[in-house]
Design a binder for this molecule. Structure first.
Ligand SMILES: *[C@@H]1O[C@H](CO)[C@@H](O)[C@H](O)[C@H]1NC(C)=O
Ligand SMILES: *[C@@H]1O[C@H](CO)[C@@H](O)[C@H](O)[C@H]1NC(C)=O
Length: 472
């Protein structure tokens, strides 16, 4: 265990032990002069002291071993109080409850692509670092309904048909073109569609789906799953090879019966994202059918083409449920309705902050928030009871803002800071900005609260334009 405090205690204890031994030895030199009773009493004393030291060592080992876990497995509210609790030196920086450097995480490589995760793990050993563990623990202890994965698929690569037992999946295609198929209840229709960059996907829990890269460049997806437990997934090839041959044969009734089934050989490598070297021989007549709009727009949403909410310092676009969907296009209405039929759906959005822009302090009433930095760089602040935790963010970083937590985001680069955000609500997102709640509070209440004259509060201006993202 990498804990110097622990080693120091152990050395101290060993010293105490050897000193005890030495004094025992020196006393033993005189033992011949002593009576049998003295020897017995001495032994009893030595026995007592040794036991006491043993107990001391055991408790020191226990206390020191459990410390790193105390630091990481904080209670949901514990971080709010942390400014009053002295921090142990070896503690993980509290910012890692809110920040994950995804590019540093393990890359799961497959023949046709790669996957990376920012998530909770059941087994602590599955985390690469204490920082990753702090983030995963934070997601889980807040019951966040959040797991994030990135999925890269090479040209012609295929994310195997699969489904998730315990989560809805919401994704954003950053780059490339993918032909996606979705099979839901009954399997009578597979909804298929070419998804392009800037569009959003939604696969409800347990709907089977596949993703094939049909473009020349890599596809890059950001995927959000509505679970804070470990994601449970089943790939069609894995479940096929797990099915007894006779059962598969009787279910599919192929020409040649069980002998046809036996010709299928499981690959040694995991085909989660696959790309056979002899693909051209295998596939000679691929067609990429597109389903009718009324099916397609249940699972897909054109976020890039949706309404832009303009602010002085940036732009927000949203793929969420709207209570009043009158302004939505017909395709958007289909998505709106479908999203609302599902429990634990997420809302997705893009947040663009211009050079020098500030997404002012705000919080959400009804959702945890997870974000991925697509481009640019900035500074994030989490405003606590007694202080602010501030940290820098760069491309590939993942941030987490628990429900109700006040947070702000500043662009610190020349280029735009661009986020993909997910919110754990299937309802319309509810938000309160700092300027709005201060404006809404009566002047005389503020005067009394802050020990300032009531007239002073006239100096805080009210703007016509919403200052959610402002510029100096
Ligand atoms: C979908 O993508 C495939 C592969 O690039 C292409 O052949 C097909 O024409 C596309 N379909 C539509 C409707 O864009
Ligand atoms: C190729 O695919 C099309 C569309 O699915 C189908 O109509 C046609 O029969 C196929 N041809 C061959 C040789 O499989």
């Amino acid at each position: 265990m990498d804990n110097s405090a622990f080693e120091m205690h152990e050395n101290g204890a060993q010293k105490a032990l050897s000193m005890e031994k030495m004094s025992t030895i020196s006393r033993m030199e005189k033992k011949r002069q002593w009576s049998l009773l003295s020897i017995f009493l001495l032994c009893l004393l030595a026995c007592f002291i040794t036991t006491a030291i043993g107990v001391l060592i055991v408790s020191l080992v226990y206390v020191n071993n459990s410390q790193p876990h105390l630091n990481v497995h904080f209670e949901p509210e514990a971080w709010l109080l942390q400014t009053t609790v002295p921090k142990v030196q070896k503690a993980v920086d509290p910012k890692f409850q809110f920040l994950n450097h995804l590019p540093k995480s393990k890359v799961f490589e497959f023949p046709g692509g790669a996957i990376q995760w920012a998530r909770y793990r059941n087994n602590i050993k599955d985390y690469l670092s204490d920082e990753e563990e702090a983030f995963g623990t934070s997601l889980n202890s807040q019951r966040s309904q959040m797991t994030l994965g990135t999925l890269r698929i090479k040209s012609k690569g295929l994310r195997a048909p699969h489904w998730h037992f315990n989560a809805n999946e919401h994704g954003y295609l950053v780059q490339g073109t993918a032909w996606i198929g979705v099979v839901d209840d009954g399997g009578e229709v597979a909804t298929t569609y070419n998804v392009t960059a800037g569009q959003v996907i939604f696969f409800p829990k347990n709907t089977l789906h596949w993703i094939k890269n049909v473009g020349d460049e890599d596809c890059f997806f950001l995927l959000f799953f509505s679970t804070h437990d470990e994601l449970q997934t089943l790939d069609v090839d894995d479940v096929f090879f797990s099915t007894p041959e006779d059962i598969a044969s009787r279910s599919l009734k192929p020409e040649g019966g069980i002998n046809f089934i036996r010709k299928f050989q499981q690959q040694t490598e995991d085909q989660g994202v696959n790309l056979p070297p002899n693909l051209a021989e295998l596939v000679t007549n691929a067609s990429y059918v597109q389903s009718p709009d009324n099916l397609v727009w249940r699972y897909f949403f054109d976020l890039k083409g949706s309404k832009e909410y303009q602010f002085p310092g940036g732009v927000i676009q949203q793929a969420q449920y709207w209570k009043n969907g009158n302004e939505l296009s017909n395709n958007e209405k289909i998505f709106n309705e479908f999203l609302h039929q599902h429990q634990n759906a997420l809302a997705l959005s893009t947040l663009r902050i211009y050079n020098n822009g500030l997404r002012q302090p705000h919080f959400h009433f009804n959702a945890n928030e997870m974000g991925y930095v697509l481009s640019g760089c900035g500074k994030v602040g989490i405003v606590n009871t007694h202080s602010t935790i501030e940290f820098n963010i760069h491309i590939g970083d993942v941030v987490f803002f628990p429900i109700g937590t006040q947070h702000y985001i500043k662009n610190t680069c020349d280029e735009d800071l661009l986020f993909i955000l997910a919110f754990s609500t299937g309802d319309q997102l509810q938000t309160l900005d700092m300027d709005d709640y201060l404006q809404a509070t009566a002047d005389h209440i503020l005067a009394q609260l802050f020990f300032r004259k009531q007239s002073e509060f006239k100096k805080i201006p009210k703007f016509m334009e919403d200052q959610a993202i402002n510029l100096p």
